[in-house]
Design a protein around this ligand. Structure first.
Ligand code: UD1
Ligand code: CA
Length: 456
């Protein structure tokens, strides 16, 4: 038995007030639609058919990078949820089970989807929830024996039906062969003039099917996003659940409410993260790594014992063991630090490797450089890697000392053990183990010199 998911994502999302299609808005750094696809895949769904409408091009483009087993179908006019599902059904074999998902209900778990699919084996199953305030939702209507007899939409409900607190989450599963037939009989003579998927429930009952219900694990997992208030609520829930998982796995967070992970984090023992940090992409932190407050780490790998101090920004960078980074350091893509490297405040490193024990403690720019071990880079040192057209490399040998406020004009090689005097502009290779100076030769003083007067 193969499961085919039909993911509804054609709605405009007017209340988001955004140029971005609703299902591409992100939760935990991943578009909502991505969460739905991930849950479907984790629930062993064989194929996903995404029903697109508003912003179809943008969504399709994003889906292009999402791998196998996904196709799209366009619902040119949004005539209702039944009509939307129908657009995808020609791609679904009769023998399959159809799992209807919403692209704007991102937190549904794979476990719940598995239950729903299993419950549909005799025909149809609906994912329901008990809510304190059911306004706006379709209500589950049951007969005297408690069996489901149908779903009535909020706008079509009688006052008595409106009092029902068991709601339709919108997610359901049904045998494809039967669903195709039921949907062909759905009409749009209702308050909204739409073809309601929910009408298939009464049609199934009429066919003698005992429609099953599966209760959602909690209201959180079936919450839909219609505006940015709900998007932020869903984001918080997602972060809270994620943080609890990380804490149970041993992560020490100064305050779980002030931590955001928008991607994946792997970590060793006794890793500490202070308040206000944002981690994106793939982050890996070794044993005893400590991250100070208000840091941003995107696609970063730090080995054991490395410490990042407050307000540092690390992007596509790696550091070995026992490094000291920050406060106020910036590692840009391609920054690779060996063990025990120190990068201090207002130091920017781009596409450069720094050897073991090398230090750049204050105010420096190192770009397109290969720096050896135990090199000392003084305050204000700049690699002039760009001539206005091309980028050039700087190579600095082990144990070199680059005096403060020096400019290294690339392409350039500074030999091992070379000593560059402070304030030098070095445009020619500097030999090993020698002092190289390049500044105005004599220092002059001008007695009686008058300060410029302020212009009136
Ligand atoms: C739907 C259910 C309701 C349920 C509620 C849960 C129906 C008739 N009603 O109501 O019982 O309680 O969800 O949130 O199914 N969509 C399309 N094409 C369309 C219409 C909708 O792709 O032609 C998509 C929307 O983008 C959205 C989803 O389907 O993601 C639900 O549509 P919406 O109009 O929001 O349904 P509700 O009125 O909320
Ligand atoms: Ca809705």
């Amino acid at each position: 038995m193969k499961v085919h998911a039909v993911i509804l994502a054609a709605g405009q999302g007017t209340r988001m007030k955004s140029a971005l299609p609703k299902v591409l808005h992100r939760v935990g750094g991943t578009p909502m639609l991505g969460h739905v696809l991930a849950a479907a895949r984790a629930a062993e769904v064989g194929a996903c058919h995404v029903v697109l409408g508003h912003g179809a091009e943008q969504v399709r483009e994003w889906l292009g990078g999402m791998g196998e087993g996904i196709d799209t179908v366009v619902q040119a006019q949004q005539l209702g949820t039944a009509h939307a599902v129908q657009q995808a059904l020609p791609q679904v074999p009769d023998s399959a089970v159809v799992l209807v998902l919403y692209g704007d209900v991102p937190l549904v778990s794979a476990e719940t989807l598995r239950k729903l699919v299993a419950a549909a084996k005799d025909g149809m199953a609906v994912l329901t929830a008990e809510v304190p305030d059911p306004a706006g939702y379709g209500r589950m209507v049951r007969d005297a024996k408690g069996r489901i007899s149908g779903i009535v939409e909020d706008k079509d409900a009688t006052p008595q039906q409106r009092a029902i607190t068991e709601i339709n989450t919108g997610l359901m599963a049904a045998q494809a062969r039967r669903l195709k037939r039921w949907l062909s009989h759905v009409k749009n003579n209702n308050a909204k003039g739409e073809f309601y998927l929910t009408d298939a429930v009464a049609l199934a009952v009429k066919d003698g099917i005992e429609v099953q219900s599966v209760a959602a694990a909690g209201i959180d997992e079936v919450e839909g996003v219609n505006d940015r208030v709900q998007l932020a609520q869903v984001e918080r829930r997602y972060q809270r659940a994620q943080v609890q998982r990380l804490q149970r796995d041993g992560l020490h967070l100064a305050d779980p409410a002030r931590f955001d992970l928008r991607g994946s984090l792997s970590f060793g023992r006794d890793v500490f993260i202070d308040v206000g940090c944002v981690l994106e992409g793939k982050v890996a932190l070794g044993d005893n790594v400590s991250i100070g407050p208000y840091c941003v780490l995107r696609d970063v790998k730090l080995d054991a014992g490395t410490r990042v101090d407050a307000h540092s920004v690390l992007d596509s960078a790696e550091a070995g063991r026992d490094c000291r980074i920050g406060p106020f350091a910036r590692l840009r893509p391609g920054a690779q630090l060996a063990d025990q490297v120190h990068i201090g405040n207002f130091v920017e490193i781009k596409k450069s490797t720094l050897g073991e024990g090398t230090k750049a403690n204050h105010l420096a720019y190192i770009g397109d450089a290969t720096v050896g071990a135990r090199v000392n880079i003084g305050a204000g040192v700049i690699t002039c890697n760009y001539d206005g057209v091309n980028k050039h490399a700087t190579i600095i040998g082990d144990d070199a000392f680059i005096g403060t406020d020096s400019q290294l004009v690339a392409p350039l090689i500074v030999g091992r053990g070379a000593y560059i005097a402070a304030g030098s502009t070095i445009a020619k290779d500097a030999p090993e183990d020698a002092l190289t100076v390049c500044r105005a030769r004599e220092q002059k003083s001008f007695p009686g010199w008058k300060k410029p007067a302020k212009k009136r």
